[in-house]
Design a protein around this ligand. Structure first.
Ligand code: NAD
Length: 356
């Protein structure tokens, strides 16, 4: 089994190092090959996703990804910005299904921004379509407006679009995921305003008929944002488009206490996947040794389960993370009175030690 390891920028290198420690401690038969991506690759090769990195990713069973980006690249032309590397990997590998679990560990209910009773036991799965929607729709660009409210002035435009097969395949993923959980799917749309999401709603409803054991409901995205912070435990699986999923999954992340705890997986039709923490490169804390590595370590666990067919090894990692939280070890982002503050490396070492 071959894994492409792409640490990236900022805290990416620090947290991936800890995930690698844990993977190596499992003593599985894994080939780990590291390559540059993001700003680091731009510095070395003039491109955030060099051909050699893309080739390695495409040839691997899975990609373990850290994070990319830094404010200093914000002035580069868009195709050269670090974040384009992720879009390029998603597009070339056909990673259309993004799984973002939001689980509130019982040990961390105090770290949530919501009252403990609202989040204790929270376990929702947000499934975001990843290769369509307004992020990829053409045409897009800038031009001089010929109509609208201010003809003759500069305007920018993007195109929101989804095709029936794109919606069908993500709907199947959501219903099948729900069958392994609490058998409930909430499809989030904006069908009251957008044609694209009226088609979304119609197609998800049609696919839902093939899964009579799963309860389906529909919610407008504005209401979903409200419900996520009002009564998040009401949800089981949430399925939505690229942009709404981007926003809602970050909101859901905060419910759990810290974005530093949340793994994610992006899969294609062959179960080849890219596994990364839900957060970015956190330039504000990079190099300080304080980043929480648990989201990346838990992403490695998801990788073992979804792409490498090693569910027992995945469960060992998850039990070890639970154990270090029980020991009271906390990186600063999840620290509260009465617990023990540790840095990135100490947290990684503790997980290795806790592997049963
Ligand atoms: P961010 O997720 O990097 O950081 C948001 C906040 O969360 C910061 O205060 C940060 O310190 C904190 N944080 C994030 N991860 C943490 C961790 N593991 N432990 C402790 N605290 C953590 O988002 P941002 O600040 O909006 O973006 C920073 C850079 O990351 C930008 O260049 C952005 O484009 C990029 N980005 C990359 C990805 C990715 O690589 N997938 C995702 C989002 C943002």
């Amino acid at each position: 089994m071959k894994i492409a390891v792409l640490p990236g920028d900022g805290i990416g290198t620090e947290i991936v190092a800890e995930a690698l420690k844990v993977l190596k401690a499992l003593e599985l038969d894994l080939t780990l090959e590291t390559a540059l991506v993001g700003g680091a690759a731009f510095e070395a090769h003039g491109h955030p996703l060099p051909g050699s990195t893309l080739k390695l990713a495409m040839e691997s069973d899975a990609v373990l990804f850290g994070a990319v980006g830094d404010w200093k690249y914000d002035k580069l032309d868009r195709p050269l910005r670090p974040e384009q590397a992720i879009l390029g990997l998603r597009k070339n590998m056909g990673l259309f299904a993004n799984f973002r679990p939001a689980i509130c560990y019982k040990q961390l209910t105090d770290a949530s921004s919501l009252k403990p009773e609202l989040v204790a036991g929270l376990d929702i799965l947000i499934i975001r379509e990843l290769t369509g929607d307004i992020y990829f729709g053409q045409p897009r660009g800038r031009r001089i407006a010929t109509d609208g409210h201010f003809p003759g002035s500069e305007e920018a435009f993007d195109t929101m679009r989804y095709s029936r097969p794109e919606i069908e395949r993500i709907a199947h993923v959501a219903f099948q995921a729900a069958q392994k959980r609490d058998k409930r799917v909430t499809s989030v749309d904006k069908a009251n305003v957008l044609e694209t999401f009226q088609l979304w709603k119609d197609v998800v409803s049609e696919i839902g008929l093939q899964y009579p054991d799963v309860a389906l409901d529909h919610m407008y995205v504005d209401n979903a944002a409200m419900q996520l912070v009002k009564a998040p435990k009401k949800f089981d699986v949430v399925v939505t488009g690229n942009m709404f999923g981007d926003i809602l999954s970050d909101a859901a992340a905060m419910l759990t206490g810290s974005i530093g705890m949340l793994p994610s997986a992006s899969l294609n039709a062959k179960n080849q996947g890219l596994y990364e923490p839900s957060h970015g490169s956190a330039p504000d804390i990079a190099g300080k040794g304080v980043a929480n590595p648990l989201a990346t370590i838990l992403s490695a666990a998801m990788m073992l389960r979804f792409s490498l067919n090693q569910p027992e090894a995945a469960a060992r990692i998850e039990r070890a993370v639970d154990a270090v939280l029980n020991q009271g070890l906390r990186t600063p982002d999840i620290y509260s009175d009465g617990t023990t503050k540790v840095g990135t490396r100490e947290m990684g070492d503790a997980v290795v030690k806790a592997l049963d």
